[in-house]
Structures are given as C-alpha cells and as structure tokens.
Ligand binder design. Structure first.
Ligand code: UDX
Length: 468
C-alpha cells in the first residue's frame, strides 16, 4: 500500500494590522508590517481610501494586502475635536467590518492601534487575540494611563493657573513633571471629550493580549516597568525605522510618506558646512497661527543660522491671514534658509550638515532625531508631544524645551544655546543615545530579541487557533 502523503504545511499565520489613519500612526504600523513580513507572516493592512491612494503611488511591491475602508472622516486632525470625531466614526463604521473580517477569514491575531479599543469588541468571543500597538512613547502612554489617578488624587483638574506646579501622581515622573508637561488636553478640565476618550481607551490596554511599543529599554525602561504592572506582556521593539534598517538586507527601504517629498533640499544640504543647519518641522498635523509663523520666522532669520524649514501647505490655520511675508524675512531666507512643503525627513536628519532639529516632538520625529544623534529644540503642539519634550530636556538631556513660548527673542536665544553655547554638551549626549538605540536593534539587543519573541508568539497563537 502506498504511504499516506504528508499533511500539507500549515498556512502561514494571518495577521490583520489596523493603524489609526494619521501619518505618524500609518508610518509606524507600516514599519511594523515590514518587520513582520520576512518571518513569513501573511498580512492584511486595513487603511482608509485616502491613505491608500497616497501610499500606493509610493509603495512598490508591498508584499502584503491592503483592505480599504470607505466612508471615514478624512479631513485635518489638528484639534482634539477632530480626533474625537474620527474615533467616533471609526468605532461606528469599523467595528462590524472588523468583526466580519475576523469571522470570515482565518485570522491568527489582530494588531490594532491601541487608540482604537473597539478592536476588542470586534474580536470578542471569536478567540482571536488582540495586540495593541501604541504608537506614542511609553512616557506618553503612561501619562494617559495615569489620568484617572490624577483625578482621584485631586491633581486634575488644575486649581489656579500655575502651570509650573509639580505633578506627583504619575509614578516614576515625580521628580520632574509639571502641569505644563501633561498631555495638552489635561489643561481643559474634566469635561474635555478628548481627555475622557484617551483616558478611557488607555485604561483598556490591560484587556488586550499584549502591547507593542515603539521604544527601547535603554530609553524608557523605567516607565515601561510601570506599565508592566498593569500590562505584563509588552514588546518594546523600537526605534522601528532603525530596527527595519538593521534587519534589512536591501539598501532601499520604501517610503511610507503620505505626502510628496521634495528631495531638492538634500542638494541644498550638500552645499552647507558640516553641522551648520537647523532643521525645522512640526510633523503632519500641527498648525501655527500666522503670528506664530512670523515669530518663528523672525527668530530663525535673526539667529543668523542656516535653516531648512518644512512649511506644509496647511501649516498655517486656514482661516488666518495669508498675506505676503515681510521683505526682510524673504531676504534672510534667500541668504541662509531653504523651505520645502515636505522633506525626506529621515534622510535630512542623518545628513552631515544638520546640527539640530526644531521639532514638535511627535513620537516618530523624536525617535528619528534620537537615532540620527541630532539634538532637539522642542515646541510641542498637542497631546503626547508635551510630555515627550519634557523627557527630551529633563530626562534624556538631548536638547531644550521651549513649550508654551513662541516669540522671536526666545527662538534666537534657544537656537544659539543648542547650536553654539551648549552644542558639544548636547551633541555628546545625543551620540551616547545613538549608541544605545543602535545596540537595541542589533542581534542580541533588547528590541531585536523582543521582535523575535513577538513573531514566535504570533506563530504560537496561529497554531492554538487551528487546534480549537
Ligand atoms: C502624530 C502626532 O502628532 C504625534 O504626536 C504622535 O506621536 C504620532 O502621530 P505627527 O504629528 O505627524 O504624528 O508627528 P510624528 O510622529 O513626528 O510623525 C511625522 C512623520 O512624518 C515622521 O515619521 C517624519 O519623518 C515624517 N515627516 C515629517 C516627513 O517625512 N517629512 C516632513 O517634512 C515632516
């Protein structure tokens, strides 16, 4: 009798990846996807129609499947209200859709942006594990998680107007946290919808099977330990972009940018002296008033330093005056500056001409600056950025925080401090941090090992699902 044919190999684990539809989140989730693909995982990436249109023109051969979600809010997201609107819209439209996907397909696990806690409801009763990926820093996640403790202890809402008062009920940050460093929506009182939403959603993190964080232990280990008291299974696998490069065999990593990059700025940088340029960018969401734009602009021109500035088409609030910029600014910019609508940021930051980064401290920008060894000048706009910038100055000693001030004299003073007076000090600490970041993503490093553990755990989840 002919021997029985061997059983077919098990199909590879199928992971649904679902980012929150904003540049910083989509970017980080795509990097996670690219890190998981070589392990043979089969990935379906859920995406809005608008982001899909932007990405498919840039991503060559993604190696995974997109699943497009129609009918979501696709406008700007520069206020808490708009963020809340999108979250409501996502919860309503997408919970049933996600549930159908989970039920109709052999899904091994869902990796959802942790800000979308409705993924838990979608998977309820199906046995499919839900892993939350929080794209913010561990320190921001922990501050969000601690909002309820701040309310219980009476530190929230603030009494009086002194934003420099110490906050003592975010464990592990007692020594340096001030009211002004808490997530921006903490300033608006307890009825603020974003405050309630972010606090409630973050408190659901322990209901997920695991949490992925885009950070590394040498950067945020003590804060990760605080989170672990509530969510024991955490995978710190960042900085993702460095991790991806460290594992990639090919030199070209595809761009995850949702905007068209103006690469002419690299040519301009090539013509500048080493460590002479201030790179200025406020990410994809932050907006400035016309007054703030002019204060920054005067500050940059008056600092006499060379600068490369990303002025997005929608950087200045749409209802603000769009009249011409003063002649002296145009002339100062022609002499020492270069403006683009969107830059290839990772390439800019590692360019030898760049000395410092004036940033809003979105988490991706912060990590990219850390990996490039570039000191920061922080001007946080909202949400997590307030606490990131506090860590930049007070904990990691990687630059100076100018939050809540925006006038030309301060810009001149701080640019001068970071690029001249204390340049060696900040460059020294930035270089130390690069070493730790790179160690974490090399074979044997903490993030490297954690990613291997995540992949093994996803494979185990897949086998357990099949056995059921
Ligand atoms: C948002 C939030 O604002 C941020 O605080 C949160 O941590 C993630 O989501 P965003 O404001 O866009 O993101 O900031 P950030 O996280 O820094 O992400 C911006 C990304 O766009 C970075 O990866 C950066 O490299 C990229 N970028 C920015 C460019 O490629 N070119 C540019 O000109 C500007």
């Amino acid at each position: 009798m002919a021997p029985e044919p061997p059983p077919p190999p098990p199909p590879s684990p199928h992971v649904l990846i679902f980012p929150f539809p904003a540049q910083g989140h989509v970017n980080a989730m795509l990097k996670l996807t690219e890190l998981l693909l070589p392990a043979g995982l089969h990935i379906t990436y859920l995406i809005t129609a608008k982001d899909h249109r932007s990405l498919t023109t840039r991503l060559s051969h993604p190696g995974f499947k997109f699943h497009v979600i129609q009918g979501l809010y696709e406008g700007p997201m520069d206020t808490g209200d708009k963020l809340s609107l999108l979250l409501d819209c996502l919860t309503e439209t997408t919970t049933p859709l996600l549930r159908n996907l989970i039920i109709d397909h052999p899904v091994s696990c869902v990796i959802a942006d942790g800000i979308m806690d409705f993924a838990l409801a979608a998977a309820e009763g199906t046995g499919v594990p839900v892993v939350f990926f929080r794209t913010v820093s561990a320190c921001a996640f922990w501050a969000y998680f601690s909002i309820q403790d701040l309310i219980n202890s009476g530190e929230l809402p603030f009494e009086g107007t002194n934003l420099d008062e110490r906050i003592v009920n975010v464990k592990g940050m007692e020594g340096f946290l001030r009211r002004r460093d808490l997530p921006s929506f903490c300033r608006s009182g307890l009825s603020n919808r974003t405050l309630q939403q972010v606090s409630n959603i973050t408190r659901r993190a322990p209901d997920a099977d695991a949490i992925i964080l885009n950070t590394f232990d040498d950067l945020e280990g003590p804060i990760v330990s605080q989170i672990q008291k509530h969510c024991p299974n955490i995978y710190t696998i960042g900085p993702l972009h460095a991790h991806l490069k460290s594992r990639s065999t090919s030199k070209s990593i595809s761009s995850n940018s949702l905007f068209e990059e103006d690469k002419t700025c690299i040519g301009w940088l090539d013509r500048q002296s080493p460590k002479s340029v201030l790179y200025v960018s406020f990410g994809s969401i932050a907006t400035l008033t016309r007054d703030q734009l002019l204060e920054f602009w005067y500050g940059l021109v008056n600092s006499k330093k060379r600068f490369l500035w990303v002025i997005r088409e929608d950087l200045v609030s749409s209802n603000d005056d769009k009249s011409k910029v003063p002649l002296e600014l145009e002339e100062g910019t022609k002499e020492r500056g270069y403006l683009v609508g969107w830059a290839p940021q990772e390439d800019v930051l590692v360019h030898r001409a760049v000395c410092a980064f004036l940033t809003h401290n979105g988490w991706n920008s912060t990590l990219e600056s850390i990996v490039a060894g570039v000191p920061m000048i922080s001007w946080p706009f909202f949400a997590d950025q307030q606490i990131n910038s506090r860590f930049v100055e007070a904990v990691w000693k990687l630059g100076l925080d100018m939050k809540d001030t925006c006038n030309r004299a301060t810009v001149v003073r701080i640019v001068n401090e970071v690029m001249k007076v204390r340049k060696d000090e900040f460059t020294g600490s930035a270089n130390q941090m690069v070493k730790l970041a790179m160690k974490s993503v090399r074979e044997g490093g903490s993030s490297y090992c954690n990613l291997d553990r995540l992949i093994e755990d996803i494979k185990t989840m897949s086998i357990q699902r099949k056995d059921k």
